[in-house]
Write a protein that binds this ligand. Sequence first.
Ligand SMILES: NC(=O)c1ccc[n+]([C@@H]2O[C@H](COP(=O)([O-])OP(=O)(O)OC[C@H]3O[C@@H](n4cnc5c(N)ncnc54)[C@H](O)[C@@H]3O)[C@@H](O)[C@H]2O)c1
Ligand SMILES: O=P(O)(O)OC[C@H](O)CO
Length: 320
Amino acid sequence: MSVAVLGGGAFGTALAVALSQRGPVTLWCRAPAQADDMANRRVNERYLPGCTLPADLTITADLTAAADAKILLLAVPMQQLGRFARDEASHLDGKILVACCKGMDLRSGAGPVETLAQHCPTARVALLTGPSFARDIARGLPTGLTLACADAGLGETLQHQLATPALRLYRTTDVIGATLGGALKNVMAIACGATIGAGLGESARASILTRGFAEMQRLALLKGAVPQTLAGLSGFGDLVLTCTSEQSRNYRFGLAIGRDEAFDASMTVEGAATAQAAARLAQREGIDLPITSAVAGLVEKRLDVAQAMDALLSRTLKEE
Ligand SMILES: NC(=O)c1ccc[n+]([C@@H]2O[C@H](COP(=O)([O-])OP(=O)(O)OC[C@H]3O[C@@H](n4cnc5c(N)ncnc54)[C@H](O)[C@@H]3O)[C@@H](O)[C@H]2O)c1
Ligand SMILES: O=P(O)(O)OC[C@H](O)CO
């Protein structure tokens, strides 16, 4: 089946490079100047410098041409996905869509699959998520991802259509678990970055990571997720990667907060809006997500790291 990747950022470009090994791929970038530059120089200088784009990868800013493919992978950041899907529904509806972003929409609280389904009601929608840095995928390094699709048959088809020798896909029908694992691990990465950035130590980070995982499970199971999904690549796997690597933008954003340094506002940091959306959801559902709430407080600048840590440490002692 023909494949197009919509979104010419780091992840979209990396996926297009990897999938080009399997057959013809089209990469759509919204800015014509960026598409021209990438097509001519065979590199995505802004988002994935140093990675040569294969000669047979088609790069275009023409969405009509790109959306002609059978499978459309959407690598647009979560907070832009709803508007993109609404504006471009005529190109997307009725197609097979694979959301490749992680997070919860700040206004609706919905994840990527729900957001696409709202705007494209006749599309068949899946989610590709899990521990992976764009640069690793583009270099062809071994990577394991989760392909989540409520339709088991379509999920199996996509698993086989999108796997490559280096990109090993596991499938699940638990879209809720895969969505919330991928969304909330970015929140925990901000918390872990802030902990290290403020000099609170690696022991503290291990506690934040572990208790953060408990929060991810608490919210996801309440929303109907399967526990195994949270323990898998899209949950625990991505949590470990993102909370321990300075390659992660969410972790680096947390580091900057902890060090009281400025951070590039143009950078995609999915955990910031997701912390706010998840904190609101927890309040509505009447469950306790103290680390998520603390990250929302940091993002909204209502708290500094010392206050956030005080709030976590002063809670009543409880069973694990
Ligand atoms: N970079 C990674 O290593 C990585 C790995 C796994 C998953 N992801 C996920 O992929 C998603 C995208 O991240 P990224 O790293 O590619 O971000 P990025 O900042 O590198 O690129 C974002 C891209 O989206 C485009 N874009 C923004 N708004 C748009 C809109 N309204 N319409 C069309 N295009 C728009 C930008 O032009 C840019 O090309 C995120 O949800 C992220 O969590 C990223
Ligand atoms: O750079 P980040 O923090 O968006 O993380 C990238 C991926 O989500 C890691 O799996």
